[in-house]
Design a protein around this ligand. Structure first.
Ligand code: NHR
Ligand code: GAR
Length: 227
């Protein structure tokens, strides 16, 4: 896929969106972000898209009578851009089966925990409360099961003495900005697939999620060449 078309769904600040746009603009991801769609009207991510000259759209759930009608419209708007990849980047609405089925194998999410630990919301607080020594982020294929799709790539950070939610979240976010562009690159390169309910890379099933810390030299070399 030489010019992979990427649609990014957002709800918030959009630092992961920024990482994806930068990675595509710099050639690390062989493709481009063709649209950014937010379910939250004032999201700063929309401003980031406009500054990059990328169409920014809002589909506000409050304008629709039900979740199903909202999702049908969101899907229509996503499909209008003919995406090869749909990236959830701080997207805060749970998506139903029609949406997920239509984009099966093409949709990724970045989740701020070492899945399968801490699915759902408030992951940093829950990691601190649980006394976890290690926390992190995961990129996974989106399936009907919330934060339950096959995990592709993870990065770990230590939980340090005196950490509060904000400090821990910032440490995790730095890793998100590395692993999300890398996973999107693989999907755009045609190296990453979801087969049945598993993630495959380079024609082999991932028996367990890859870890940034333990990636092969070639992947580190590609990361080092980024501008
Ligand atoms: N949809 C499906 N089907 N599967 C997944 O894996 C999804 C998904 C939609 C979003 C992101 C996820 C995360 O990374 C994500 C993964 C929102 C909630 C949530 O509870 C939970 C997990 C995630 C996103 N949302 C509330 C809802 O009722 C609203 C919360 C709010 O607006 O603040 O949709 O963490
Ligand atoms: C990120 O930490 C992302 O993993 C998380 O929200 C943050 C969004 O930051 N996602 C979720 O919690 C999804 N429920 P960003 O808008 O700056 O990319």
């Amino acid at each position: 896929m030489s010019a992979c078309r990427i649609v990014v769904l957002v709800s918030g600040g959009g630092t992961n969106l920024q990482a994806l746009m930068d990675a595509a603009a710099g050639g690390f991801i062989p493709g481009r972000v063709v649209a950014v769609i937010s379910n939250v009207p004032g999201a700063y991510a929309l401003e980031r898209a406009r500054r990059a000259g990328i169409p920014a759209e809002v589909v506000d759930q409050r304008d629709f009578p039900s979740r199903a009608v909202f999702e049908a419209e969101l899907l229509r708007r996503v499909e209008a851009h003919h995406p090869d990849v749909v990236a959830l980047a701080g997207f805060m609405r749970i998506l139903g089966s029609a949406f997920v089925t239509a984009l099966r194998g093409r949709m990724l999410n970045i989740h701020p925990s070492l899945l399968p630990r801490f699915r759902g919301l408030h992951t940093h607080r829950r990691a601190i409360e649980a006394g976890a020594a290690e926390h992190g982020a995961s990129v996974h294929f989106v399936t009907e099961e919330l934060d339950g799709g096959p995990v592709i790539l993870q990065a770990a950070v230590p939980v340090l003495p005196g950490d509060d939610e904000r400090r821990l979240a910032a440490r995790v976010l730095d890793k998100e900005h590395i692993i999300y562009p890398l996973a999107v690159r693989w999907l755009c390169q045609g190296r990453l697939e979801m087969i049945e309910d598993g993630a495959w890379l380079d024609g082999a099933p991932l028996e367990r999620p890859l870890r940034l810390e333990r990636l092969p030299e070639a992947e580190w070399a590609a990361l080092a060449r980024r501008r």
